[in-house]
Design a protein around this ligand. Structure first.
Ligand code: CO
Length: 459
């Protein structure tokens, strides 16, 4: 019987996509031991925006969260999303920081690292992959899925080969926008399975409603595993539902290893939590539904809501259609980057600027300039030469790996944080998000002071 491995995303991607990663540890602490028994391939529970959100909004130490999860989840591998050289932030970090981050993540309990680069420029994931391999953890290389004249099946197969040669244990096709149709998924998985020996996983979102059909066809083409979210936190901008996929796959003769009665217990736990977020207004009905505009504009759901927010803030929501028409043109000018963080923000901001200024590239976002200078890596296609000339003038873009130009940062920062940072993990939190980490350290200190004073009074 063919085995299909299912990863559960409720703690990370579903949490991030539906409620902007605002779920505190206390909301899922009580169900972790049950989740460990469900038979999941892995629990995606860390990385992406969870790190930032823990420090910024939840007053939680992300490292402590990881250790606490590991404490309760003893058998199921824990999985995280890592943006290669960007780690979890939006700029490139020096290699020593990337290596230290991976090493500490393994020490604190991480098992599977899904590593990607927004441009599929694998020079930007090589160091992270290398460190994961050195630490004997599972390195999964991810390929961002997008459509463009340069993103052909041959190109995807070539990327997969490159990842395999790098030594990854598995490969994931990452369809962050949920725009990959069933036939496209079938073709790409088939092309990859014919090219590489390592397992191939597929990741999509329910945004456009294609998700479950796309997964099914991917599996028919030999896909080894998929990402799902427990039903109360599924669909919309999140993943297709775990129970539904499990039901359909078992019926078709696939083995998933999942226990139906445990899945029900997990869903029963998360149902009232979802209701709480809906009541609090933290779960926008917009993210729960199906948004087929993404198919028309090939723009991820999250990017669409960002564009709407940007235009609303400038009292220009009536220009949305123009911006949506400008978006693919900007993307073409920039050499067809996949619309994933940070490229989705960059393309979106520039499209808004182009429309509102009434003249294209009259004003240029700082990040777009950095991109044109080659600071994010190599564009998948060709950047419009006139644009480079207009914006950079005589300045030559770099063609080497940007991180090669960065000085080591870890030891220096550790020295600077003497007396403030209590661990290497603290230093890494600070490097990733300096102001937010500083505020967090201060709050932690105050919290502990209050707790100590309270216990003295009680005595
Ligand atoms: Co995702």
């Amino acid at each position: 019987m063919n085995k299909v491995r299912i990863s559960e995303t409720v703690l990370r991607d579903a949490n991030q996509s539906l409620i902007a990663t605002r779920m505190p540890f206390s909301d899922f602490e009580g169900i972790l031991e049950t989740m460990d028994k469900a038979g999941y391939h892995s629990l995606e529970c860390w990385g992406g925006a969870t790190f930032d959100s823990c420090l910024r909004y939840l007053s939680e130490d992300p490292w402590e969260r990881l250790r606490k999860i590991k404490d309760k989840v003893k058998n199921t591998p824990l999985q995280m999303l890592l943006r290669g050289q960007n780690i979890l932030g939006y700029r490139h970090y020096p290699d020593d920081v990337v290596r230290m981050f991976v090493a500490r993540s393994v020490d604190n309990g991480m098992d599977i690292f899904r590593i990607f680069d927004a441009l599929n420029d694998f020079r930007n994931i090589r160091v992270a992959v290398d460190e994961v391999l050195k630490r004997n953890a599972h390195a999964q290389g991810a390929i961002c899925y997008t459509t463009s004249p340069v993103h052909t099946l041959d190109n995807y197969a070539k990327l997969a080969k490159e990842l395999e040669e790098m030594g990854v244990h598995s490969i994931c096709i990452k369809d962050m926008a949920g725009i990959c149709g069933p036939q496209e998924a079938y073709d790409i998985v088939k092309a990859l399975k014919e090219t590489v020996k390592v397992p191939v996983y597929f990741h999509t979102h329910g945004t456009t409603g294609l998700g479950p059909i796309t997964y099914f066809k991917a599996i028919e083409a030999g896909c080894d595993g998929i990402d799902c979210a427990i039903s109360s936190f599924s669909n919309g901008t999140s993943q297709p539902p775990t129970e539904t996929m499990n039901y359909a796959l078992k019926q078709a003769g696939y083995e998933t290893g999942l226990d139906d009665s445990i899945l029900k217990q997990i869903n029963d736990h998360f149902k009232p939590i979802k209701e709480k977020y809906v009541k609090l207004g933290q779960m926008d009905p917009f993210v729960m539904g199906v948004e087929t505009d993404a198919l028309v504009y090939q723009v991820p759901g999250g990017m669409l809501s960002n564009l709407i927010a940007q235009l609303k803030a400038q009292n220009a929501l009536d220009r949305l259609d123009e911006v949506l028409e400008e978006t693919p043109r900007v993307r073409e000018d920039l050499g067809y980057p996949p619309l994933v963080t940070p490229m989705s923000q960059m393309v979106g901001v520039q499209a808004v600027l182009n429309v509102l200024a009434g003249e294209r590239y009259k004003s240029v976002a700082k990040e777009v300039k950095a991109y044109l200078r080659g600071e994010y890596g190599k564009a998948p296609g060709k950047i419009k030469p006139e644009l480079i000339e207009q914006i950079l003038g005589d300045e030559e873009p770099i063609t080497t790996r940007f991180a090669d130009t960065l000085e080591p940062q870890f030891e220096k920062t550790k020295e600077e944080l003497k007396g403030v940072a209590r661990s290497d993990e603290d230093v890494l939190s600070y490097i990733a998000f300096p102001q937010i980490a500083e505020k967090f350290f201060k709050e932690r200190e105050e919290r502990e002071y209050i707790t100590v004073s309270y216990s003295i009074v009680k005595k």
